[in-house]
Design a protein around this ligand. Structure first.
Ligand code: PLP
Length: 422
């Protein structure tokens, strides 16, 4: 059995994160509980950013991965910008201290309210995903009498070996404008005085485990940059999106340095700021979901361990069949048996792990679901009327609750029984 995962490690038979035993957190704060390691987030950010040192660049954290204000503040202090997809994310990013000139706005369905808020905030650029969206941004900018900064999100039709729900750069996906239409749209934008053309963007998918698709994408975008120049349109930003993978189950994703080594020579002599939008890479390995064993259930077919965390807390296994390491908080020398770790939600898809060889736990034992820092809490819901978990940020041997556990009152906040039913 492995003894470490990022900043999570066994010591004296107990699982620790940095200088804090996970048992202490589970006992003091209850479960389910999300725990994040500040030093892991910092290290990931620095590893990404430093390989592009010497070039003008902005690392815009894709905050949909984990939008807790404390996580955002930590990254803001490191110099990160943000990739946002809603006005809600804009508000969070600004509250966490991320400067507007480091914010890019992605997404196929930006509303007028969101467009106006982002123009007023003074963001770096909209990554525009359709001709109609470009018109809507132009109309809003004209009304506000403030030029709107735009880049086109181009669909490069590049294939990526990942789960089909998180591949976004093929022609059949809903994202971006078709490659062949891009020049025409840029020429349209160039004629509009209230549109300020900034750059070009592509985001081809998530949990990408090779450098090749990034290079293919960069090549295609740079060829568009050159074609645009011949029309007198000069771009200042090349945004290659996010997507760099992490090891959940022995995968060997490329390091940012591998990407930089191959990409930077392509950028030589070009006066383009590089923008990246990593989400998962920065936060996935920092986080775990702590859960308590409720019951064991052994049938003729299977061993189940029922825990107090469920698909509403961590949707990734149910959504994408995603693998997360599940480790006992107290290490055991008992031989493991194949076990499904399932939650209390009334769906067969409600599981956290399947067929995992785990020492048979007892009710009250704690398990840590690792690699849960990205698309964990941020995708959680109250399904089955389950209050959302608390979140904790660990710094060395110190820790802070960075989001309180929801209460039963939070579940019904805003709901009303109409007079007709009284
Ligand atoms: C436009 C855009 N940028 C960046 C990301 C971040 O992807 P990842 O977390 O895989 O880095 C996403 C994820 O969905 C995205 O849609």
């Amino acid at each position: 059995m492995k003894t470490g995962y990022g900043t999570y490690h066994y010591d004296g038979g107990e699982l620790w994160v940095e200088g804090v035993p996970l048992r202490t957190l589970a006992e003091r704060l209850g479960t389910p509980l999300y725990v994040y390691s500040a030093s892991k987030i910092r290290t990931q950010y620095r590893n990404f950013d430093r390989v592009f040192a010497g070039r003008s660049r902005t690392v815009c954290y894709a905050m949909k991965a984990n939008s807790n204000l404390a996580v955002l503040r930590l990254l803001a202090e490191e110099g990160a910008g943000a990739d946002i997809v809603s006005v809600g994310e804009l508000v969070r990013a600004r509250r966490a201290g991320i400067p507007p000139h480091r914010i890019v706005f992605s997404g196929v369905g930006k509303t007028e309210t969101e467009i106006v808020a982002a123009i007023r905030a003074g963001i770096l650029m909209f990554n525009v995903e359709s001709a109609e969206e470009l018109e809507a941004i132009e109309a809003a900018a004209r009304r506000l009498r403030r030029p709107a900064p735009v880049s086109l999100r181009v669909n490069p039709n590049v294939s990526v070996d990942t789960h089909h729900h998180i591949a976004t750069g093929k022609a059949e996906n809903k994202f971006g404008v078709p490659y062949e239409k891009a020049v025409e749209l840029y020429r349209y934008a160039a004629r509009k005085p209230w549109l300020n053309i900034v750059g070009i963007q592509a985001h081809i998918g998530s949990q990408i485990l090779e450098v090749r698709p990034y290079l293919e994408t960069a090549k295609k975008l740079l060829s568009l940059v050159d074609r645009l120049q011949s029309h007198g349109i000069y771009l200042h930003v090349l945004d290659l999106g996010g997507g760099l993978g992490v090891p959940y189950h022995g995968e060997k994703p490329p390091a940012p340095a591998d990407l930089a080594r191959r990409l930077l020579p392509m950028m030589k002599g070009r006066n383009l700021r590089l923008v990246f939008e990593p989400g998962r890479f920065l936060v996935a390995e920092s986080g775990c979901l702590l859960t308590r064993v409720l019951y064991r259930k052994e049938t003729a077919h299977k061993n189940f361990v029922v825990v107090d965390a469920a698909m509403n807390d961590l949707a990734r296994p149910a959504l994408y069949d995603a693998y997360h390491p599940v480790w006992p908080v107290r290490r055991s020398s008992i031989r493991g048996v194949a076990t499904d770790v399932v939650g209390p939600v009334c769906e067969s898809g409600d599981y956290l792990a399947k067929g995992r060889v785990l020492p048979r736990p007892h009710a009250g034992d704690f398990l840590a679901v690792l690699g849960a820092g990205a698309y964990g809490f941020s995708m959680s819901s109250q399904y089955n009327s389950r209050p959302r978990a608390a979140e904790v940020l660990v710094f060395g041997s110190q820790w802070w609750v960075v989001r309180e556990r929801e209460t039963l009152n939070d579940l019904v906040r805003g709901e009303k029984i109409p007079p007709a039913l009284k």
